[in-house]
Design a protein around this ligand. Structure first.
Ligand SMILES: Nc1ncnc2c1ncn2[C@@H]1O[C@H](COP(=O)(O)OP(=O)(O)O)[C@@H](O)[C@H]1O
Ligand SMILES: CC(=O)OP(=O)(O)O
Ligand SMILES: [Mg+2]
Length: 396
């Protein structure tokens, strides 16, 4: 019997699941929200029980301490010796990490160096890794990279049309992200549809706080909306997605609060997207509440979000020369039935027809009508399970 923890350290949250492996039984799961903000909330669920604490958790290292304390405090485990493995989600693996990897000092250094490719994520991921190395130094520790699934993209898709030296000398290219999620939901979609994934063309829409859309051909990523960093692609909670880079020098010259290109990137990462347009929140639920009150900015934010999502789906119909299925996942994709319905309605020419009876929050499976040309699915993602399986593969 061996227990494995999967750690998904997001930019402001830490999600974890404790598994009994290899049975893949979930023993407990938790979410620590608002890491780095006052009044962080830590929730643990196990069996039929639930525990919630509100306390200040300044960083991901502290978050790991709290979760390990909770496992003992709540009687979920009796000793840390029961835990034999930990898997950490790491967003950027660059061109170095093409698959999951055992973590040693060199790997930690490389993850730190790759922070430029995921400035909101890799530092948080690394804090989680270091905290575990410190507190449980002898367990199997594995890094699972968001970028790994996208290493199958063809060069024509991952290169930017810039002078070659920026790729050859500085590795400037598209890396993508959320790969573990795109991989999991595309595989799950094939299972639900009763087909071999090799025979399917699938467009996966991971719409969370960050969001990305991927074209999956025969189980392989052939294009994805995120780029050199997770700032590119669709509009997100606080991130702009694609914009014209000429805006950089222009706004630096106009706005005295912006001095460097890095200032602009920070603004595009942290103050843009739904938050920047709605002036309410980065959270789609708050934007939708604003729409109910008739807030014009909230309506615009919602419409812009849909516009970007729909354009990327349209692009990937072109990349794949048609698709068999479109999959929605992550916080927005799993829960916002209204968004799934709008996308399907706006793209009805492509043959997406939603069945309103099935298209409800929390439903897992096909939500399109039986005669829809393109199947539409809602599938809760499970990045943690993929991480735990990868840890297990190092323990056999
Ligand atoms: N019922 C809902 N309706 C609309 N959006 C929702 C709903 N529930 C959650 N969300 C959205 O999901 C987002 C979080 O998604 P998640 O995949 O958990 O993000 P991340 O992993 O990037 O932190 C929230 O910001 C919120 O906008
Ligand atoms: C890469 C990325 O955007 O991750 P998240 O959605 O968890 O912020
Ligand atoms: Mg996420």
């Amino acid at each position: 019997m061996s227990k494995t923890i999967a750690i998904n350290a997001g930019s402001s949250s830490l999600k974890w699941q404790l598994y009994e492996m290899p049975q893949e039984e979930v023993l407990a799961q938790g979410l620590i929200e608002r890491v780095g903000l006052p009044q962080s909330i830590s929730t643990v669920k196990w069996g039929d029980e639930k525990d919630t604490q509100t306390l200040d958790i300044p960083n991901h290292e502290e978050a790991v301490k709290i979760l390990l304390d909770d496992l003992i405090r709540l009687g979920i485990i009796s000793s840390y010796d029961e835990i034999t493995g930990v898997g950490h989600r790491v967003v950027a693996g660059g061109e170095i990490f093409k698959k999951s990897t055992l973590i040693d000092d060199k790997v930690m250094e490389e993850i730190a160096e790759l922070s430029e490719l995921a400035p909101l994520h890799n530092p948080a991921n690394l804090q989680g890794i270091k905290a575990f190395k410190h507190l449980l130094p002898n367990i199997t520790s594995v890094a699972v990279f968001d970028t790994a699934f996208h290493t199958t993209m063809p060069e024509k898709a991952f290169r930017y049309p810039m002078p070659n030296k920026y790729y050859t000398d500085y590795s400037v290219r598209k890396y993508g992200a959320h790969g573990t999620s795109h991989q999991y939901v595309s595989q799950k979609a094939a299972e639900i549809l009763g087909k071999d994934i090799k025979d399917l063309k699938i467009i996966t829409c991971h719409l969370g706080n960050g969001g990305s859309i991927t074209a999956v051909d025969g189980g392989k990523s052939v294009d994805t909306s995120m780029g050199f960093t997770p700032l590119a692609g669709i509009m997100m909670g606080t991130r702009s997605g694609d914009i014209d880079p000429s805006i950089f020098p222009y706004i630096i010259s106009k706005d005295e609060n912006l001095e460097t290109a890095q200032d602009v990137v920070d603004m595009l990462n942290k103050q843009s997207g739904l938050l920047g347009i709605s002036d309410i929140s980065s959270d789609m639920r708050d934007v939708e509440a604003g729409i109910k009150e008739g807030n014009e900015k909230a309506i615009l934010a919602y419409e812009m979000y849909l516009d970007r999502v729909e354009k990327y789906i349209g692009q990937y119909f072109a990349v794949l020369n048609g698709a068999d299925a479109v999959v929605f996942t992550a916080g927005v994709g799993e829960n916002a039935a209204d968004i799934r319905e709008r996308v399907a309605t706006d793209l009805s020419w492509f043959g997406l027809t939603i069945d309103p009876v099935k298209n409800v929050r929390g439903f897992e499976g096909v939500i399109s009508t039986d005669d829809a040309k393109v199947k539409v699915l809602a599938i809760p993602t499970d990045e943690e399970l993929v991480i735990a399986r990868d840890v297990q593969s190092f323990q056999n």
